[in-house]
Design a protein around this ligand. Structure first.
Ligand code: GUN
Length: 283
């Protein structure tokens, strides 16, 4: 039987409607959630992502501001700007769009953001809290993936989840969150020998390798939930995931498309974090 296609944008829409209500409630209490995004340089993909974030904020009623800085900004100037935003009580969330120019340390920038305003969930304190299962600001893509899986109605507890990719932004954190949901998790990566031997055992397969068309029919257990986190632009200019969509939809139980799968969930989790941060900072 063909897979049910998991349109993240539809699920994201439902969550955004819930968030719009939360924002309205906060506004009645005199709190207007605010997100500030810092965008350094003129990378077209970054500009496009940031426009998506602004649109999302508008949709749910979050006040958003984008501070554009030239790629020549010094690290010290950028850190100074972050420190000012840390002190500003009207700014509940701060996001510095990555990547940054090579003369600026991403580590220094992430560590400069006040953990309570770190709506990306990238600060080491928030990463540590997530790892030990404390209530904290969770990284947006992994959190969005877990929400997507939950909204299929598939129980995660006891399932075998296989994650391909060990990045700090997706692979590592999603493996922790799935363990937190009581899945048995196997992590695979570019040096894994006989990838298919692992993936064929997966009830839940999360593919975040950044390799177009890595996963075909032969990698997938019939009925599995397959989440494709890949975003690859191929020679024709088309965006494709890491999964051979047409092939895998014939065997999987659920499958996310690219685009329109995980992507819209990521921004929605950013909005959710901003609302949560505003609530906490004003409680
Ligand atoms: N660049 C690409 N994805 C992201 C993200 O999730 N957060 C930030 N800050 N930059 C990004």
């Amino acid at each position: 039987m063909a897979a049910t296609i998991l349109y993240g944008k539809d699920i994201a829409q439902d969550i955004r409607a819930e968030l719009a209500n939360d924002v309205e409630e906060l506004k009645k209490q005199g709190v207007e959630p605010g997100l500030t995004v810092i965008l350094v340089g003129d990378d077209p993909a970054s500009h496009s992502y940031v426009r998506g974030k602004e649109r999302g904020c508008q949709e749910v009623g979050i006040r958003s501001e984008v501070i554009y800085k030239d790629a020549s900004i010094s690290e010290a100037e950028l850190l100074d700007l972050i420190h000012q935003l840390n002190e500003n009580p009207n700014v509940h969330g701060i996001l510095v769009q990555l990547p940054l120019p090579p003369h600026i340390s991403e580590k220094a920038v992430i560590e400069a953001i006040a953990p309570k305003k770190d709506v990306d969930g990238f600060h080491p304190l928030n990463v540590g809290n997530m790892m030990i299962g404390y209530d904290t600001l969770l990284p947006c893509t992994p959190h969005g993936i877990v929400e997507l899986i939950k909204r299929t109605g598939t129980p995660i507890a006891g399932k075998h989840a296989v994650v391909i990719g060990r990045s700090n932004i997706v692979g590592k954190p999603v493996s922790f969150l799935l363990q937190q949901e009581n899945a048995t998790v196997t992590m695979c990566h570019s040096r894994t020998v006989d990838l298919a031997a692992y993936t064929r055992q997966a009830d839940i397969l999360v593919v975040a390798a950044g390799k177009p068309h890595l996963i075909g029919r032969e990698h997938v257990k019939p009925g599995a939930v397959v989440i494709d986190v890949g975003v690859n632009r191929i020679e024709t200019g088309k965006l494709v995931g890491d999964v051979k969509f047409e092939e895998v939809r014939e065997v999987a139980g659920y499958l996310t498309p690219v685009p329109g799968g995980v992507g819209p969930m990521t921004i929605t989790m950013l909005l959710k974090n901003t609302v949560a941060a505003a609530r906490k900072q004003t409680a």
